[in-house]
Design a protein around this ligand. Structure first.
Ligand SMILES: [Zn+2]
Length: 612
C-alpha cells in the first residue's frame, strides 16, 4: 500500500509543477491538456411525445497552440451538424469506446476556431433521462422529465467534456409544453410563463455532472429569504412543512464553514421513482419525496445535499477515484449541521447506523478488497459499480478522527480554509493531503497522525482503532428495551414513546441478531410496523420480513416496491427475496411490474440482483 501511495504522490507532484495541469480522468475522452471549454450556451426543445431532447450546444473553447482536435464525450447522441463561430462546418468523428463510456466525439480544430456549435438529439437509451408518465406523478395530469447526470451520464443528454475536473459556466434556453415549468442547476424562474420557453443563467463554474434539468407541473413556494421549494401542486404543502428548517440549516452551515457561494438554495421534490435520496445540483437539490415523513424526522438528507454546496460543488473531486472528497466530507459537514440543529445525541445515532452499514459493506466486499480504500482505482470500470458507502462513512470516520485530535473549533476553521483555498476547483486526494499536512498536522504538531491518515486513505478495510468514542451508547434506550424483551417482558410494557426513526431502525436491526425473531408477528401487532408510513422504517422492516418470510408484511412490501424507486431502499429487500426460489419468483414478478417506474440506475441495480 505504501508503495502505491508514494507513486501517487510522485505523479501528483510531477503534475503540479506544470501550470494548468489536469489529472487524467479514465472516464472521459476530454483530453483537457489540448483544449478545454469555458462557457456553454445551450438551447433545448423537449419533445414529450417522442421522448427526446433536440439540442444546440455552443461551447466557448480554450486550446493549446498544438491542439489539432477537440474531444467531447457523447453517449447515444445523434449528432446532426457541427460548425464554428462563422457557421463553417467542422469535420468530426464519433469513435465508440465502450457501453458505459459512450463515444469519443473528436472534432477537427482549424487555427481560427473559438466557438463550436453542435446540433444534436438525444437517443433512445439516454440513461440520464427519466420520462415519467402522468400516472407516475402525484398530480397524474402531466408527464415529468428529469435528469440525473452523476457520475458519467451528462454525456447522454448533451455533448460535453464529461469529467469532474473540467468546469465551465452556462446559459440555457429551454422550451417545453405550455403548462409546464422548467428548472435547472442555475438561476430559476418561480412561475410558469405562457410561452413555455424559459431562460437560465449559471455564473459559477461547474463540472458537467452537475448539469441538471427537470420539467413538469411545478409550483414554487418560498421558505426563507434564500430558500424555497419546487414541487407538484399536490405535494407542495407537505414539502414546505417538512423542510421548514431549510433557512436555519443554511445559516448554520455558513456559521460553520463560511459563506454560501451560490446565491439561492432551493429544493425540488421529485416523483417517487427518483433513484437517489438527493442529488446536489447547484442552487437546486433534487430530493426524493420519501423523506416527507410528516414529522420532519428525515431532514438530515437536506443537510447532506446542502453541505455539498461546499464539499463537492465548490471543491470537487477531479476524478471519480477521489469520490470520497465529495462524499466523506459531505457526510462530515451534514452531521456537524445536524448536531448543531438537533443535538449531538441525534447525530451520534446517525453516525452509529452509518458505521454499521459500512462494516456490512466491507464484510460483503471481503478482506483486502480495493473498493474499501478511500482512494479508489476505477480505471477500466464503470464508476457506478464501486460507489459504496465506503466513500461516505469511512471518509466521515477519518475526518471525525482528525477533528477529535484538534477539537471542533480548529477543525472547522481548517475546513473553512480548505474550502476557500480550493473554491471552484477540482482536486485529487493528494492535493488534500498536502494541504492537510501544512494546515493541520504540522500546524498543530500532530505529525504522527500522517501515517494513520495514509492508512485510512490507501489501505483497504478499517484501521484497528476505528471505533469512535461515545460518551453514552447512542441507542441505550433501545438496547435496554431489547434486553427487556429477551427476558420475556410483555411488549406493552416497553417504553417506545418519543423513539426517533433511527431508534426504530436500530430496534428492527437488533431483532435480526436475537432469538426475538419468533416474536415478529406479535411485535408487528403491537407496533404496526408493516403499516408504517416512514420509508426508513418500512425499508428496514420489509428487509427483515423478506429475510424471514414474514408473509403478513408482503402486501405492503409489494406496494412499497411498486411505488418507491429509491435504490437504497429497493436493493436490500430484493436481495433478501432473491435468497429463496419462491422469493425470487415473487421478486421477479414485482420487478416486471415496477420496472417502468424505476430510473435506469435502479433498474440496473435490481437486474444485477435478479439475474439468473
Ligand atoms: Zn452526497
Amino acid at each position: 500500500m505504501m508503495r502505491l501511495f508514494s507513486l501517487h504522490v510522485l505523479l501528483f507532484l510531477a503534475a503540479s509543477t506544470r501550470t494548468n495541469a489536469y489529472v487524467s480522468d479514465p472516464h472521459s475522452a476530454a483530453k483537457p491538456d489540448e483544449a478545454v471549454v469555458t462557457h456553454l450556451n445551450l438551447d433545448l426543445v423537449i419533445d414529450f411525445s417522442l421522448q427526446k431532447i433536440i439540442g444546440t450546444a455552443t461551447w466557448e473553447i480554450k486550446k493549446s497552440a498544438h491542439a489539432k482536435q477537440i474531444h467531447f464525450d457523447a453517449n447515444g447522441l445523434l449528432i446532426r451538424e457541427i460548425t464554428d463561430q462563422s457557421g463553417q462546418k467542422l469535420y468530426y468523428e464519433l469513435k465508440p469506446r465502450n457501453e458505459y463510456l459512450g463515444d469519443d466525439l473528436s472534432i477537427d480544430l482549424p487555427e481560427s476556431v473559438k466557438r463550436i456549435t453542435i446540433r444534436y438529439e438525444t437517443g433512445k437509451n439516454a440513461y440520464a433521462l427519466q420520462w415519467v408518465t402522468p400516472q407516475q406523478t402525484s398530480g397524474k395530469q402531466l408527464p415529468f422529465l428529469y435528469t440525473q447526470s452523476q457520475s458519467i451520464a451528462a454525456r447522454t443528454w448533451l455533448p460535453c467534456k464529461d469529467s469532474p475536473g473540467i468546469r465551465y459556466t452556462y446559459d440555457a434556453t429551454v422550451t417545453v409544453p405550455k403548462e409546464m415549468l422548467v428548472v435547472m442547476s442555475a438561476e430559476n424562474p418561480t412561475q410558469k410563463n405562457p410561452s413555455g420557453t424559459y431562460k437560465f443563467r449559471m455564473r459559477q463554474s461547474i463540472p458537467a455532472y452537475l448539469m441538471a434539468l427537470a420539467a413538469g407541473d411545478l409550483v414554487f413556494e418560498a421558505i426563507g429569504k434564500r430558500t424555497g421549494i419546487y414541487a407538484e401542486p399536490s405535494t407542495i404543502k407537505s414539502a414546505v412543512y417538512e423542510f421548514a428548517d431549510m433557512e436555519k440549516m443554511l445559516l448554520t452551515a455558513e456559521k460553520l464553514f463560511g459563506p454560501y457561494r451560490w446565491g439561492r438554495y432551493d429544493v425540488l421534490v421529485m416523483p417517487p421513482s427518483f433513484p437517489f435520496g438527493g442529488m446536489e445540483n447547484p442552487r437546486i437539490t433534487f430530493a426524493t419525496p420519501t423523506v416527507i415523513a410528516g414529522d420532519r424526522s428525515l431532514v438530515s438528507l437536506i443537510a447532506h445535499e446542502l453541505a455539498h454546496s461546499w464539499s463537492g460543488n465548490l471543491v470537487t473531486n477531479a476524478t471519480w477515484n477521489d469520490f470520497w472528497l465529495n462524499e466523506g466530507f459531505t457526510v462530515y459537514l451534514e452531521r456537524r449541521i445536524v448536531a448543531e440543529l438537533y443535538g449531538q445525541a441525534f447525530m451520534e445515532m446517525e453516525a452509529y447506523l452509518g458505521l454499521n452499514d459500512l462494516k456490512e459493506t466491507i464484510s460483503e466486499l471481503g478482506p483486502n478488497h480495493p473498493d474499501s480504500q478511500l482512494k479508489l482505482r476505477l480505471d477500466g470500470r464503470n464508476p457506478e459499480d464501486a460507489m459504496t458507502d465506503v466513500a461516505y462513512e469511512k471518509g466521515f470516520n477519518l475526518l471525525t478522527r482528525l477533528r477529535l485530535q484538534v477539537g471542533n473549533k480548529k477543525f472547522d476553521r481548517f475546513l473553512e480554509k480548505y474550502f476557500n483555498h480550493f473554491a471552484f476547483q477540482s482536486i485529487v486526494t493528494e492535493q488534500f493531503i498536502l494541504f492537510m499536512n501544512d494546515q493541520l498536522l504540522n500546524k498543530y504538531d500532530i505529525g504522527y497522525m500522517r501515517s494513520e491518515v495514509d492508512h485510512w486513505i490507501y489501505a483497504p478495510d478499517l484501521p484497528k482503532d476505528y471505533e469512535l468514542f461515545y460518551a453514552e451508547p447512542p441507542f441505550k434506550k433501545v438496547d435496554e428495551a431489547v434486553i427487556q424483551l429477551l427476558t420475556g417482558d410483555n411488549l406493552n410494557r416497553l417504553n417506545t414513546k418519543n423513539w426517533s426513526t433511527y431508534e426504530w431502525v436500530h430496534f428492527i436491526n437488533r431483532l435480526d441478531t436475537t432469538p426475538l425473531l419468533i416474536r415478529i408477528p406479535e411485535i408487528d401487532n403491537v407496533f404496526k410496523l408493516t403499516q408504517s408510513g416512514n420509508c426508513e422504517i418500512q425499508s428496514a422492516w420489509y428487509e427483515l420480513a423478506a429475510k424471514y418470510q414474514y408473509k403478513e408484511a408482503y402486501g405492503n412490501m409489494e406496494n412499497f416496491l411498486l411505488r418507491v424507486g429509491r435504490r437504497k431502499y429497493l436493493r436490500p429487500i430484493y436481495k433478501q427475496l432473491a435468497q429463496t426460489p419462491s422469493g425470487k419468483e415473487l421478486a421477479i414478478r414485482i420487478f416486471n411490474e415496477a420496472r417502468d417506474n424505476y430510473h435506469p440506475v435502479s433498474q440496473r441495480a435490481i437486474e444485477e440482483i435478479l439475474k439468473p
